[in-house]
Design a protein around this ligand. Sequence first.
Ligand SMILES: O=C[C@H](O)COP(=O)(O)O
Length: 255
Amino acid sequence: MRHPLIAGNWKMYNNVSETMRFFDDFIKLVENLEGVEIAIFPPFTSLWEAAKKTAGTKIKIGAQNVHWEEKGAFTGEISPNMLKEIPCEYVIIGHSERRQHFAESDETVNKKVRAVLKHGIKPVICVGENLKQREENLTLKVVLPQVRKALADVELLSGEEIVFAYEPIWAIGTGKVATPEDAQEVIKSIRKEIETLYNKNIAENIRILYGGSVKPDNIKALMQERDIDGVLVGGASVDPQSFYKICAYKEQGVE
Ligand SMILES: O=C[C@H](O)COP(=O)(O)O
């Protein structure tokens, strides 16, 4: 049984004082929420304070990026053991904004995945197609190779140590959410691909999230799909009230 994960990727929003204010409200709001795992991915500068503030609560902390080397002359980069020290339980790898603006490739994604797993940090690996590819019916031809390349030479014990996020690029920050049925179809195919690469057990254990314009009013329909195990939320995760409403989707009557 996969435990639902609701993840908030703040991108380049919320400095340290805004982070503290967010948690002052959010920790109280989610105090009594059961049956869902919550993770927040603040910018690097807010990670320490976020981790201190959420210690002993049900909120997990993750980073938005990582380098694959342990240490070295890599100006501006952060290593897996630096994230572990904070401690970060998760790290987002291969977000489409990093692929698009910072030359992240399937090869660097794979290096990062292998590096963080050695430190017991769970990667949230992002995959997804752009609008042109979707319109040309190329979604699976784009997404499944991204999955395979991310997992090249990756040994998995149970599947619980990694998470995938299917984020159609055309749905990110646009207000155009994929239909739950379309998201389910792609996510089901990702799970099938993982089964071919590993086995059924691992495929059934891996959580696969949907991301792209998730809001309090569309979360319920998404979470009703069999293979959607949670969401990766951008814009709507920066405000404590709206992110709380997404985390509390079960109160809208989702089984
Ligand atoms: O990482 C989150 C995704 O890019 C989704 O962002 P969004 O919810 O603002 O569309």
